[in-house]
Write a protein that binds this ligand. Structure first.
Ligand SMILES: Cc1cc2nc3c(=O)[nH]c(=O)nc-3n(C[C@H](O)[C@H](O)[C@H](O)COP(=O)(O)OP(=O)(O)OC[C@H]3O[C@@H](n4cnc5c(N)ncnc54)[C@H](O)[C@@H]3O)c2cc1C
Length: 284
């Protein structure tokens, strides 16, 4: 009998492993909690209504169709029984001879509890749809809100983390609001809308050359992403809140500015990034 290779995770890593085994003398079982492979780099487009969920999610079975030695199980893996060589899942154990764990990452809030409690992650389709619904609901609530301050608060959107995803998210949110929602909500004053992008480091896109950071900052400034106000607090009071102070672009231009995020009592954070994780609750 041919040995069984179980691959956990139908992301880029897991699919690559399955594909690499297509001519190997093994049976491959791919397992995932979703029945689709998700193209995460375009999640921000779903969050800002530029794409529909099905445009970035492809059924796993359709991907595996041409591979005779591969099968799929839609299960949540909850643990790993190394002694018995089996996965523990919500649908019972799955035995393996060889195991590939490709479970991806999870949102890293960098210890910012206020952001975890009040913010949205952007890691999966429900996250992206949650953001989209929140933006649209906020606009509807703003139409009904007679108080000007509360209306402006409803129309203030904060993106935490000036890495690639935060920059894309803030820019796309600006386009959604200024190119589409501004026309759909003629009774609202577009000047009441604020999109703030918070970054702990002294520049956006820290992993890229400085000239690209400057170019991104300039583009976002043209898209009205920034903060002309003096100080904003992401909530949580003194313990675990995130504060925002405006800073100027390197060339001293005036206008809305990217801020700096601090986390009192926590390590400085650039916001939301990914870090590797094991199977939560796995028995080892
Ligand atoms: C918003 C966003 C934007 C990004 N943009 C870019 C970009 O522009 N360029 C770039 O190179 N990278 C980008 N990335 C990173 C890239 O998407 C990841 O590096 C890549 O998806 C990692 O692949 P993976 O196979 O390791 O994990 P994933 O793609 O996360 O796949 C892991 C799979 O494991 C499954 N899984 C996890 N736990 C369990 C469990 N317990 N039981 C069952 N199934 C489980 C999940 O459902 C998932 O299908 C972005 C990521 C995000 C979130």
């Amino acid at each position: 009998m041919r040995p069984t290779v179980v691959v956990v995770g139908a992301g880029f890593g897991g699919l690559r492993a399955v594909r690499a085994l297509r001519r190997a003398p093994v049976e491959v079982v791919l397992v995932d909690r979703h029945n689709y492979h998700l193209f995460q780099p375009l999640l921000y487009q779903v969050a800002t209504a530029g794409l529909e969920p099905e445009q970035i999610a492809r059924p796993v079975r359709a991907i595996l169709r041409g591979q005779k030695n591969a099968d799929f199980r839609l299960v949540e893996v909850t643990g790993l029984d190394l002694a018995q060589r089996q996965l523990v899942t919500d649908a019972g154990p799955i035995p393996y001879d060889y195991l590939v764990l490709a479970v991806g990452g999870e949102t890293n809030f960098f210890g910012l509890d206020a952001v975890r409690r009040h913010g949205f992650a952007l890691k999966d389709l429900p996250d992206a749809l949650g953001i989209r619904h929140h933006v649209l609901r906020s606009f509807e609530q703003a139409v009904l809100e007679p108080d000007a301050d509360r209306r402006r608060a409803l129309l203030t959107f904060v993106v935490v983390g000036g890495g690639p995803t935060g920059v894309e998210m803030a820019g796309a949110l600006s386009e959604l609001i200024r190119l589409v929602l501004a026309r759909d909500y003629p009774r609202l004053n577009i000047k009441d809308v604020r999109i703030l992008l918070l970054e702990a480091a002294d520049r956006l896109l820290g992993g890229f050359p400085p000239r690209l950071s400057e170019a991104a900052a300039r583009t976002l400034w043209r898209k009205m992403v920034g903060d002309p106000g003096p100080y904003a607090d992401l909530g949580g009071g003194s313990g675990g809140g995130v504060s925002h102070r405006p800073t100027r672009p390197a060339d001293g231009q005036t206008g809305p500015h990217h801020g700096r995020a601090d986390a009192p009592g926590a390590r400085p954070s650039g916001g939301v990034r990914d870090r590797g994780r094991g199977l939560s609750g796995a028995r080892r």
